[in-house]
Design a protein around this ligand. Structure first.
Ligand code: ZN
Length: 395
């Protein structure tokens, strides 16, 4: 079943579905995002006056905007959010024909909303001003740096295979799990050396860890990124070079199905606590939101993958010039950008020799780091030390 079909069947089981269009009398026509020193202003252009509600959820911080009887006709994914308190914007349908926007936040914000009537050649607009919460005067004095902008960017580094699973084998019985661990350790050390960054290795030993558990490690520690390090093999001994993978469409379908089956975790993912219980018909709304989250995570992973691949091209031959997509289980985090790097072909004589060369291992680690560092510099998490250093011109 492809994922569109899956979504359709999820939606079709909803009794309220035929009512959607009857109740949706307004359209969200366009949206603009304007960054300022205090935060972000969102301007939503609407076809007419709308009623709306907002509320916030914490852990993780989110701002929810429900637009009554309004249908979304504008794709919100391209909005420039870098450097703002908003990490991502997702949208989904509400049972009564409304639209729910979920703004994933890096930090709590103060919201001020205003409805503007048509004028000056502009139509109906809803203005949302999201301002970072500054420390209150008279509140507990703080020692040291100002709050916010202090956490490290956390990268989970996964060395493929391990223990009873040797992975691919080289011409003389070399094992993928060994080179993967050495390169992963190099990468983790490199990440830790960078101010504002921190690495966590899924395994630092020759042990077997089930695939799902590797994804769990990243989720449990709220990782910003997941990188799995491997070495390829092919029956054709001449196959060589590095490749980078992100999750495929098909993989995303099964991810959606998995998380929908796992209601408790899915609720946690889309912030369903209380306000959007994943029971009965609300499960369909949750499915839409979750699907959007997975889509935007894949887009981020592809983007990141391109940067890492380009950077790897400077130290090794590339097997593929483009980021590949596959349904690898370790890439199935619905909300953490994840890539899998095949550092070379262990089945190829020349690649295998290089993969065992400590200097080459270090170069590969350096290249992977350069790629992800560049990616984060373009979009530092707003509550990170990296964001603060960059704002001060020190990163
Ligand atoms: Zn592998």
């Amino acid at each position: 079943m492809n994922r569109r079909r899956l979504l359709q069947s999820l939606l079709a089981s909803a009794a309220w579905l035929p009512a959607l269009d009857l109740f949706a009398s307004q359209r969200l026509l366009d949206a603009r995002a304007l960054r300022s020193a205090e935060g972000l202003r969102l301007v939503l252009e609407l076809s007419g006056p709308v009623r709306y509600h907002t509320f916030t959820l914490s852990a993780p911080e989110r701002l929810i905007l429900d637009l009554e009887g309004t249908r979304l006709v504008h794709d919100l994914r391209g909005l420039p959010l870098a450097g703002s308190p908003v990490r991502a914007i997702r949208a989904g349908l509400l049972p009564d024909g409304g639209t729910r926007l979920v703004l994933d936040l890096f930090e709590p914000v103060n919201l001020q909303s205003n409805v503007l009537a048509p004028g000056d050649g502009q139509g109906h607009r809803l203005l949302l001003d999201l301002r970072r919460q500054l420390p209150q005067a008279g509140s507990r004095p703080r020692i040291g740096p100002a709050p916010g902008g202090e956490r490290d960017v956390l990268v989970v580094v996964d060395a493929g295979h391990g223990g009873k699973d040797p992975g691919a084998l080289g011409p003389r019985g070399e094992r993928e799990k060994d080179v993967a661990l050495l390169i992963a350790q190099n990468l983790a050390r490199r990440i830790d050396r960078q101010k504002g960054f921190r690495a966590k290795l899924v395994r630092n030993l020759d042990v077997f860890i089930p695939l799902r558990q590797r994804v769990e490690v990243a989720r449990r520690c709220n990782a910003d990124l997941f990188v799995s390090v491997h070495a390829d093999a092919a029956p054709r001994r001449t196959a060589s070079g590095a490749s980078v993978f992100a999750l495929s469409e098909h993989g995303a379908t099964s991810t959606l199905a998995h998380w929908m089956a796992d209601r408790e975790n899915a609720a946690d993912l889309i912030g369903a606590t209380g306000n959007l219980p994943l029971k009965g018909k609300d499960a369909q709304v949750a499915g839409v939101l979750l699907d959007m989250s997975i889509n935007s995570t894949i887009a981020s992973s592809l983007d990141l993958g391109h940067q890492v691949l380009r950077s790897l091209g400077g130290v090794t031959e590339l097997h593929q010039q483009r980021v590949d997509q596959a349904g690898f289980a370790v890439l199935k985090s619905p909300d953490i950008p994840s890539i899998l790097v095949e550092t070379g072909f262990i089945s190829n004589d020349r690649d295998c020799r290089r993969l065992h060369d400590p200097r080459h291992q270090q170069q590969l680690a350096e290249a992977i780091f350069d790629g992800l560092h560049g990616w984060f510099r373009e979009r530092p998490p707003a509550d990170s030390l990296l964001a603060r250093l960059q704002a001060q011109g020190n990163a």
